[in-house]
Unconditional design. Structure first.
Length: 408
């Protein structure tokens, strides 16, 4: 590789062609969607929701998790809403959230009449830790929605011990971490209930949009089912869906349709392979970063097998002649898919301020964001893409570092 002019300044890119298209939805998904249509035609009944393919999908999901109960719903936001609603905590309660999260995780808290309490991250991490969780508590805290960010599990067991001692219910937000392992168990099996987004970008998806709400508590499951479909008492053997007088309470319709469930059933079968491939790619990137004097792998929690959604790398900003953002943007201009400045730190969102309880102060999360960037990738990346990613970093470093990298 030569030290040619940076692409951001008009030079040639390290990577001239687009990165590989993921193509999560392939021939297998097309085949199973055809099955939905064909079986509907054969039966003489139009397909809808809560039918054969939802049963197949949720059964496969629970088998993958290692047990429990699951309901397919229309979005990850709906899954969070239902998970929190099912816990039936008092209106006005405080709910702790992770420092890095999505507005779809925050909005249900506000819409259900609760107050948001943003916890900080552990140092050098996106993730909440036990001491940060403890500091975020108030006398009014009744629940927490905690996120496994980027596919990397947070240290949930000590947090659960604190939460249970205080009567705090825990929702696991697993939207970016499908299939990740913490202490040998899938994420989602530790808290009271878990929410998954299954939109198109996730490691496992049901189509353009979708979600799953999951629990190992059967009582919570039946409440979730009712909350997700207009208050229907599915647990009753004599339930007649054509008799609304039997419904339990007012509730909205969050159902996922049969086509989406069929797609989810198909893509879920590939999730173990997806996780294995993504972990291998992330490991190769980290190993190749030995060439860099400025960019390095991040510290990871031991005892986990992540399901990488993106791959965060650390930047020695003190070794640069420009800001971290300018450096990362220059890497991106070389044809590399990255997020140079992750803006999902909830404490920074102006619109959230009226709904907070106390001041949101997350200096650890901000410091980590300000010295890192996210490499975006998928399971179709090969050694060639890994080489281009690291070559781009080394090229930019050779122009913008205060010192010359160890190898070019």
């Amino acid at each position: 590789m030569t030290n040619s002019e940076l692409a951001v300044n008009g030079g040639s890119k390290v990577r001239a062609e687009p990165m590989p298209y993921r193509r999560l939805f392939g021939a297998e998904e097309l085949d199973i969607v055809r099955r939905v249509f064909e079986e509907s035609w054969q039966a003489g009944v139009d397909f809808s929701f809560q039918g054969k393919f939802e049963e197949l999908y949720t059964s496969r999901f629970c088998e993958f998790q290692g047990g429990g109960f699951a309901d397919a719903v229309c979005s990850g936001t709906a899954a969070v809403y239902l998970a929190l609603k099912a816990l039936d905590i008092p209106t006005g309660s405080d709910v702790i959230v992770s420092p890095i999260t999505d507005p779809g995780c925050i909005a249900p808290i506000v819409l259900l009449g609760y107050k948001v309490r943003v916890a900080d991250a552990c140092p050098d991490s996106w993730s909440i830790g036990p001491s940060e969780f403890e500091r975020a508590q108030t006398p009014n805290t009744r629940a927490a929605i905690l996120t496994h960010t980027g596919g990397y599990p947070f240290d949930i067991q000590p947090i659960l011990e604190i939460a249970r001692s205080k009567g705090i219910r825990v929702v696991e937000d697993c939207s970016q971490a499908h299939g990740a392992l913490y202490r040998g168990k899938r994420v989602g099996r530790f808290g009271d209930v878990a929410a998954f987004s299954t939109m198109f970008s996730k490691n496992h998806a049901t189509g353009g949009c979708g979600g799953v709400v999951y629990t190992e508590d059967e009582e919570i499951y039946w409440r979730l089912r009712a909350l997700a479909d207009r208050g229907k008492p599915f647990h009753r053997p004599d339930f007649n869906p054509k008799d609304p007088s039997q419904f339990l309470f007012p509730a909205l319709n969050f159902n996922l349709d049969e086509l989406s469930c069929a797609i989810g059933y198909s893509t879920l079968a590939r999730l173990p392979d997806t996780i294995e491939k993504r972990n291998a790619i992330a490991a190769k990137i980290d190993a190749a970063l030995e060439r860099s004097a400025v960019v390095s792998p991040c510290i990871r929690l031991e005892g986990c097998t992540p399901s990488p959604f993106f791959h965060t790398v650390a930047v020695d900003s003190g070794g640069l002649t420009v800001s971290k953002v300018e450096f990362a943007e220059a890497v991106g201009a070389e044809g590399i898919a990255i997020n140079p400045d992750y803006r999902y730190i909830a404490s920074e969102w102006p619109w959230l301020k009226p709904y907070l309880t106390g001041e949101a102060d997350t200096p650890n999360a901000v410091r980590f964001r300000d010295r890192s960037f996210n490499i975006l990738f998928n399971e179709r990346y090969t050694d060639g893409e890994v080489r281009d990613i690291v070559d781009a970093i080394i090229k930019v470093e050779s122009h913008l570092a205060k010192r010359v990298s160890r190898a070019v």
